[in-house]
Write a protein of this length. Structure first.
Length: 219
């Protein structure tokens, strides 16, 4: 008969399973991962792991929710950096990169795995929404301060897409020789800030107005 664990022991062992599963899912993918593999890694019977998680889908949802919450905590802490909205934005960007580089397996589980059914895994949906909020809230603050113009959700996703792309190149070790990842991120953010403060897209500025076009035709 298995020994009954205290509430603290249950929480600690569940955390141990999640830590091992984060690494194993990142290494083997959802298809290659097995609960037997997890049990061997942590040194317990396979059936023991099933007492904590019904199946590997539930376990994957749990480790992804855990990763999103840790990521969100890092960005929320950075958002409390003293200074104006631009200073906070810079701190959040640094925290994003630092988390990704220090928690590579967790980062891959967040952004490289296929979405899971939110109705089946509501805690994962909550954690994902929290992470999305951290990547939009600081943009709203910059818009309120007049540092940016535009839709905060769209701008937040633009910043995320830009920084995520460089992070992925860095994680995969495929950046070509030349400017490093830090320099590339800074220049991309600078270009985005400039573009988002012009008031209208460059394509519309380069195109003559209807009145100007008529004048050219008449001339």
């Amino acid at each position: 008969m298995p020994r009954l664990r205290s509430t603290t022991e249950v929480a600690e062992f569940r955390e141990k399973l999640c830590e091992a599963a984060t690494r194993l899912f990142a290494q083997h993918g959802a298809e290659g991962f097995t609960m037997r593999m997890l049990a061997a890694d942590v040194g317990c019977a396979t059936m023991t792991s099933y007492r904590y998680f019904k199946d590997k889908d539930e376990l994957l949802a749990a480790v992804r929710a855990r990763a999103y919450d840790r990521f969100s905590q890092a960005l929320e802490t950075a958002a409390r950096t003293p200074g104006d909205s631009r200073a906070k934005s810079a701190a959040i960007g640094e925290a994003y990169v630092a988390f990704a580089l220090a928690n590579r397996e967790a980062y891959r589980l967040m952004f490289e795995m296929s979405p899971q059914d939110p109705s089946r895994f509501p805690d994962l949906a909550r954690a994902g929404a929290r992470a999305s909020g951290t990547m939009t809230g600081y943009v709203r603050a910059m818009i309120d301060d007049g540092a940016l113009k535009g839709d905060p959700v769209m701008i937040g996703r633009m910043f995320w897409a830009a920084i995520h792309g460089v992070v992925q190149l860095e994680l995969n070790g495929v950046l070509p020789p030349g400017p490093g990842a830090d320099a590339l991120r800074r220049e991309m953010m600078r270009a985005l800030f400039i573009g988002l403060n012009t008031g209208r897209p460059a394509s519309s500025r380069s195109r003559p107005s209807p009145a100007a076009a008529k004048a050219v035709v008449k001339g």
